[in-house]
Design a protein around this ligand. Structure first.
Ligand SMILES: [Zn+2]
Length: 302
């Protein structure tokens, strides 16, 4: 769904990129063929491309228009960024700002930017290259970012920080996409319970990164959970124990994923992840001791 309403909040999906990403065995830590096979058919062709054997991934942001404020949730990978260890998202030249304009918004219309977490594919459009310098793309916006992620990802804080694949794929990210926001005096640092606007609250979802947050939007009868990367792919609704290989704290990430799926099922909430293909949102049903996804826009309407 590219447009839906949550009470008085109008939600717009803004796509940056779509494509095949990797075989499921390469994305999911803990992948098993027996766990995948029963669902492979259900995921083709919108979430899995049988021809290449790869998962489909999307980079997409969401504008939440409350009528008085326009909030941009997550900012993709950005253009012109040098990503030596993640070439698929390096030096992109996408028409993200054109897609934003077609949804009715210029960069200066955005009042608040929220990044679900500090990762290379969630902070990219925070900045754009102007005459060789990284400038805030949304020049009238406050940028709300997770405090725990600043302390973890800032390379000047040598006492903490990622190692391995997290460090490799995010190389350069903080300096080109977060530091310029701090230096422009536009960064605000959020913790559990931060209220972005009336009815829009951030909740700590640690594990994928230490500071990962989801945005709960309660509007009218409907609740939506903008969960960032707590869930990458609908396979993880069947298999909450499968992390992505990009999850920094595996045990915590699994625990958070189960709690969020449980909440989504209990509240009959709309789950709005960062990278889902298909209708881009899902509902979650309890199934025995686990869960199953409800996919497909028509079935999502209550
Ligand atoms: Zn991501």
């Amino acid at each position: 769904m590219d447009r839906f309403d949550l009470g008085t909040v109008k939600v717009h999906r803004i796509e940056e990129w779509r494509g095949t990403f990797s075989p499921p065995a390469d994305l999911f830590a803990g992948f098993t063929q027996e766990g995948w096979d029963p669902h492979a058919e259900e995921f083709a062709p919108e979430y899995f491309d049988p021809a290449s054997g790869k998962l489909y991934a999307f980079l997409q942001s969401w504008v939440l228009d409350t009528g008085t404020q326009r909030i941009l949730f997550d900012t993709g990978a950005g253009n012109d960024k040098d990503r030596p260890n993640l070439p698929i998202f390096g030096n992109l030249q996408t028409d993200f700002l054109g897609n934003l304009a077609r949804a009715g918004f210029q960069p200066e219309d955005i009042d608040i930017v929220v990044c679900s977490h500090i990762h290379v594919d969630h902070v990219g459009w925070n900045t754009r290259l102007v005459e060789g310098k990284w400038e805030p793309t949304f020049r009238n916006a406050r940028y709300i970012l997770p405090l725990a992620d600043r302390d973890y990802w800032d390379p000047r804080d040598a006492s903490t920080g990622p190692a391995g694949i997290g460090e490799a794929v995010n190389a350069g990210m903080f300096e080109d996409s977060v530091r310029p926001i701090i230096e422009a005096g536009r960064a605000e640092w959020a913790e559990q319970g931060y209220e972005v606007a009336d009815g829009l609250v951030l909740h700590a979802c640690p594990g994928h990164t230490p500071g990962s947050m989801m945005l709960e939007v309660s509007g009218g009868e409907e609740t939506a959970l903008f969960v960032g990367d707590v869930v990458h792919h609908p396979a993880q609704i069947y298999r909450p124990e499968w992390n992505s290989v990009f999850c920094e704290a595996p045990e915590q990430a699994r625990d958070t994923r189960r709690k969020v799926l449980d909440l989504a099922a209990a509240r009959e909430a709309l789950l709005v992840p960062a990278h889902f293909g298909g209708s881009h949102v899902a509902r979650v049903l309890r199934d025995g001791t686990g869960f199953r996804p409800v996919l497909g826009a028509a079935r999502l309407r209550r």
